[in-house]
Structures are given as structure tokens and as C-alpha cells.
Design a protein around this ligand. Structure first.
Ligand code: ASP
Length: 475
């Protein structure tokens, strides 16, 4: 292979008259007898390459290296629709680096006409299409803006464990069997909630993480079991301070990637007002025109009830509560200050409001957080209301109670759903379009075929026996 330096397609624009080496994919091919035209594509764009008496063997999406001359096109052949439409490559030599067989899915459309299964099975191809390239790059840029804004605000990025103990976020846990302690299980994190609070005990004051969260929820067409959230926690703050910080970061990142905000200052609505006015707490403030032009209408919702009666149809809720009462958002939250006395005394449970704040956008909840209980008494009170005995509290969150007795500052935080934010920014309606390798609607992984059976040897090592059919549905 010729090891001379590669020129990117975008760089050919100022190389007319020069020889270049291009590398990329065969985007399209047109055979005209002796002359073969291909459009070559790399990460920076496309360019027409002309082969005289050569290249007719090339197949679409093969990877090639082309050595050729950059030539200005005659005025009547300029293609105004292509960035490089004023030039073309006269091919001297070429080499096939990887030959593509006939493709199982087409790539020259936006892909919406193709079924989910073939798209996800061949996701490495599906991601090549222009729409998916744009979304993935938007996601990366958005995340970068958020990171930079947080670094400027003195946040520290810290990772927390994936193999951990259950943190209740209202879903079922995914369990991982322990080989060293057969019969015991780790839980995959529903969120980094407890660890991020412990980082406040540890004195970091401002933490964030781009965190993967795993919740065994009933699947919906547009989501799988795992998602990414921008998770953060701050010490010595009240509700307003966290909301201000997040609003600043979100606004800056949205604007930098070209998003349009409806209001410079996000409106704050109480839960009660939202229910009275919109009948739900994830409302859409956009006008019809704003819906068309891709405006993002953010708003805060505050003053939620802390507790609610368990929905008996919800398995996780029923499991989490022993008294018939369960938390509406997060058991680690603190009540609003005026309800502290009632909360500690276990009185007027239905009236207690929490410090929770949700961020909504265009009818979706895109984030939520709260000021936390940071004393052992406050956290114990929440679990007592949910009917936990002193022993059950100790075995569930005893480690938090201990941390709250060795100098834990008042703190609060939030998590933003990154997949959802990117979905709204990109004007998409499915979370899957924002995730490189999402799960199918039936809970199978993209490209690789999981879940699958474990070998007898693996099961024996783990001390696990499968009873009943593996085809049994769990929900
Ligand atoms: N742990 C919460 C969640 O994952 C977010 C938070 O309260 O910071 O929804």
C-alpha cells in the first residue's frame, strides 16, 4: 500500500492541480461504458472520482484508496449540491482495502422505511447513513459543551461502580450473580445516587458523571433497559442554586450546538399548578409554530408530594414499600423545610412536599433531582414511612446512615437524561435514534444476540440452576 499522506476529502478544495491520496467508502457508482464515476465518502464529505477504463469492479460501500489528480470541473458540470462540486478526481490508481458484498440494508435514505430489527442487527451499517452520523456527532458535541461548562464551574468528574448494591429508583434491579459468593448477587446501578452522595461526604463538593443507568423496566417501543444520564451533585446548596447551575449549563450547551430556546429563563411551575392547568407534570409549552421549527421549551416543576400510595400493579413499587406508602421520586430526598417536623414525626404523610425539581422539555421529563436528606434521622424517617423496621433500614441503607454521622454537608443534585435531550435537539421521536447500539423493542441487544444461554459449566460455577423455561416472559 502507498504510505504517502492521506488527504481528507474536504482538503481537496484547495488542492486543484495537485496529486492526492484519498481513502474512504464507495458511496455511489455510475458506469458509463469506458468511464466509471464514483462518489467517494470519508468523514469530511464526498467527492466525484472519474476512472477511465477502471473502477467498474468496485462495489458500493467498499473501502478504497485512490490516487489521483484534483481537477476543476468545467463550469457546465459543476454540481452546486455538493461541497466539492466544483472539482473532481481523475483517478490514476486505486486499491481496494476492503470489498463490500451486497448490503443487507440500504444506506442512501434516512432509514425510517426500514424495520427496527434489520437496522439494529446491522447497526454498524445503519450508523453510516447521513442522518445517524449527524445525530451521533451532535450527541458528542452536546456532551462536550456540558462537560466544559461543568469544568468551568469547578466540578470534578468521578466514576462510580457498576457492580453494586440496589439503589431504589422505582424500577426492578438487574442482578449479577457472584462467583466467589454463590447465591449472592450484585445489583447494576439504577443510578449512582448513593455513591454521588457519598462523594459529598468525601468532600468533593461538586461532582458529575456521564453515568450509565440500568433499570429493569417494562420495555416501551422507544427505550431499552439502559440509558445515559448526566449525573451531578453539589454541597452547601439549596434547591434554587442547583436549578440555577443546571439552567446555565443546559442553556449554554443547547445554544452552542444550534438549538433554539423558547424562553431565556425557564418558567417554574408547581406540581399542583401543572396538574390543574395541563393535567400532567410533563407538559408541552410550545405553540404549533414552535413545534414545526424545532424550538425547545424548557420548564421546571417543583413542590411535588414526597409520598404516594403504592400502585399495586407496579411490581417494583409494591416490593419497595411495606406500608402502602412509597416515594414519588427518590427516597434519598429531603422534604421542603416547612415539612421537616411532620416528616420526622411520620405525620401527615400525604401532605408532605419534597424538594424535588423536575426539568421538562416539549412534553418530556428530561431531568430530575432534589436536595437530600443528610442526617440519619431524616433518611430513617423516609424509610419508616415506607414501613421499614429498624433492622431493615440498617441492612438497606445502614452505610448511608453511618456516612451521615461523620460530617456530611447539606447537598443536592440532579440527573439529566442525555438520550432524551439529544432526541429533542435532533428533532427525533425515538430514544433509539440517539444511541449507537440500542436494544430492540423485545429486549435483545443490537448486532450481538443477547441475552443468551449460559453454559452448564458457567451455571455450576455460579451455583445457579435454571428452573422452568428460558422462554418465560418476565413481565
Ligand atoms: N437519582 C435520580 C435519578 O436517577 C436523580 C437525582 O435525584 O439526582 O432519577
Amino acid at each position: 500500500m502507498n504510505m504517502t499522506q492521506r488527504t481528507l476529502i474536504i482538503e481537496t478544495l484547495n488542492k486543484a492541480g495537485k496529486s492526492v491520496i484519498l481513502k474512504g467508502w464507495v458511496d455511489t457508482k455510475r458506469d458509463h461504458g469506458k468511464i466509471t464515476f464514483i462518489d467517494l465518502r470519508d468523514r469530511t464529505g464526498k467527492i466525484q472520482c472519474v476512472g477511465i477504463g477502471q473502477m467498474s469492479e468496485l462495489t458500493i460501500e467498499s473501502v478504497v484508496e485512490i490516487e489521483g489528480l484534483v481537477k476543476e470541473r468545467p463550469a457546465n458540470l459543476v454540481n452546486p449540491h455538493q461541497l466539492t462540486g466544483s472539482i473532481e478526481i481523475e483517478v490514476k490508481n486505486y486499491q481496494i482495502l476492503n470489498k463490500a458484498v451486497e448490503l443487507p440494508i440500504t444506506l442512501d435514505t434516512d432509514g425510517r422505511e426500514i424495520g427496527e430489527e434489520p437496522r439494529l442487527k446491522h447497526r454498524y451499517l445503519d450508523l453510516r447513513r447521513e442522518r445517524m452520523q449527524r445525530i451521533m456527532r451532535l450527541r458528542s458535541q452536546f456532551l462536550r459543551e456540558i462537560r466544559e461548562a461543568l469544568y468551568k464551574s469547578d466540578f470534578v468528574e468521578i466514576e462510580t461502580p457498576m457492580l453494586t448494591k440496589s439503589t431504589k429508583e422505582g424500577a426492578r434491579d438487574f442482578l449479577v450473580p457472584s462467583r466467589f459468593q454463590p447465591g449472592k448477587f450484585y445489583a447494576l446501578p439504577q443510578s449512582p445516587q448513593q455513591y454521588k452522595q457519598l462523594l459529598m461526604t468525601a468532600g468533593f463538593e461538586r461532582y458529575f458523571q456521564v453515568a450509565r443507568c440500568i433499570r429493569d423496566e417494562d420495555l416501551r417501543a422507544d427505550r431499552g433497559f439502559e440509558f445515559t444520564q448526566l449525573d451531578l451533585e453539589m454541597s452547601f446548596v439549596d434547591r434554587q442554586a442547583v436549578m440555577n447551575e443546571i439552567e446555565m449549563v443546559v442553556k449554554q450547551a443547547v445554544k452552542t450546538v444550534g438549538g433554539k430556546l423558547q424562553q431565556e429563563q425557564f418558567p417554574v411551575v408547581t406540581y399542583q399548578e401543572a396538574m390543574d392547568k395541563y393535567g400532567e407534570d410533563r407538559f408541552d409549552l410550545r405553540t404549533e409554530e414552535e413545534k414545526e421549527n424545532g424550538t425547545l421549551a424548557f420548564a421546571w416543576v417543583v413542590d411535588f408530594p414526597f409520598f404516594k400510595k403504592v400502585d399495586k400493579k407496579d411490581v417494583a413499587e409494591t416490593r419497595d414499600s411495606k406500608s402502602g406508602w412509597t416515594f414519588t421520586h427518590n427516597p434519598f430526598s429531603a422534604p421542603l423545610p416547612e415539612y421537616e417536623t411532620d416528616h420526622l414525626a411520620g405525620k401527615n404523610t400525604d401532605k408532605i412536599l419534597t424538594t424535588q425539581y423536575d426539568l421538562v422539555c416539549n412534553g418530556y421529563e428530561v431531568g430530575g433531582g432534589s436536595i437530600r436528606a443528610h442526617t440519619p434521622e431524616a433518611l430513617q424517617a423516609t424509610f419508616k414511612t415506607m414501613g421499614y423496621s429498624a433492622e431493615e433500614i440498617e441492612s438497606g441503607v445502614g452505610h448511608m446512615l453511618k456516612a451521615f454521622a461523620v460530617g456530611t454537608p447539606p447537598h443536592g443534585g440532579i440527573a439529566l437524561g442525555l438520550d432524551r435531550l439529544v432526541m429533542l435537539l435532533a428533532g427525533e421521536t425515538s430514544l433509539k435514534e440517539t444511541i449507537a447500539f440500542p436494544m430492540t423493542s423485545t429486549g435483545r441487544t443490537a448486532v450481538m444476540d443477547a441475552p443468551n444461554e449460559a453454559s452448564d459449566e458457567q451455571l455450576t460455577e455460579l451455583g445457579i440452576k435454571i428452573v422452568g423455561s428460558s422462554k418465560k416472559q418476565s413481565h
